[in-house]
Design a protein around this ligand. Sequence first.
Ligand code: SF4
Length: 346
Amino acid sequence: MKPFIYDLTLEELQDWAKNNGEPAFRGGQIFDWLYVKRVNDFSEMTNLSKGLREKLAEQFSFVTLHEITKLESKDGTVKFLFGLHDDHAIETVIMRHNYGNSICVTTQVGCRIGCTFCASTLGGLKRNLTAGEITAQVVQAQKILDKTNERVSSIVIMGSGEPFENYEATMTFLRTMIHEKGLNIGQRHITVSTSGIVPNIYKFADEDTQINLAISIHAPNDALRSKLMPVNRRYPFNDVMDALRYYLAKTGRRISFEYALIGGVNDQAEHAEELADVLKDMLCHVNLIPVNHVPERKYVRTSRSDIFNFQRILADKGINVTIRREQGHDIAAACGQLRAKHMELG
Ligand code: SF4
């Protein structure tokens, strides 16, 4: 199997050009064809010699994401189930906001983290995506948006998988996305979300980027978090908090906490009080997400009054908090639901 051309950063394409007896700027030309002109084949790269195009085709392939399912929500959200070359399937979502179009990408086929409210983890982890396979999701979304002269303005790495367990590929993907000679997505418009893989929170803090970090926290203490997220036994709550304090000290960037509200489990006033105490000195924002019903689990949604009560308790204690606007609710847009359905049928 040949590597994917999208796996390479601009610098790696320049090195490849040099190693093949060409000036480095040929690497830049290839990058331009991939991310600005967004061609589908090496033969379309017409400012390269025929010989060079053939060499590229011999050594690399394009990622093919074939559309298995496309679901469109009334709110404009479009969810894709894409088939990969090895018959695995991944989900990618285009979300429309009043401030632009956001793409939610997947970093792994399945996930081994085991969060109890998440459909992505039901079949375990199948494999990591390569950087190019993550990149291809955004390029494909941009090609779709090209038809209406729109652009991808932000990216959230919140699809299936734990990006910090596929760290290098995720970072390579990010370097390509933010490059000013490519898609040029603003770093502050990208958010990477982790369940709390502690060593890589430290690593990410040291990367010196402006990319946002979100943490799936979902509980205000160790015991409850371990029940909802087995990863908490590997990286306990307090260790995650220490890593986040390091991140804050290093970057000065506000952290987002994702908190899925599950009826009767983690959504009571006492949980909100405890969470507020834990977060009180942190530069952060809490995103409350009323949990989606996962038929395989017995979770129920938090009532509207409890959602607002939870929000009010946090806000009264000075925590910056919002309730996430649900998108694509009518098309099973929550992480992993479409793929889970596909696996059942397949
Ligand atoms: S929420 Fe994210 S980390 Fe947790 S199981 Fe689902 S995909 Fe994995």
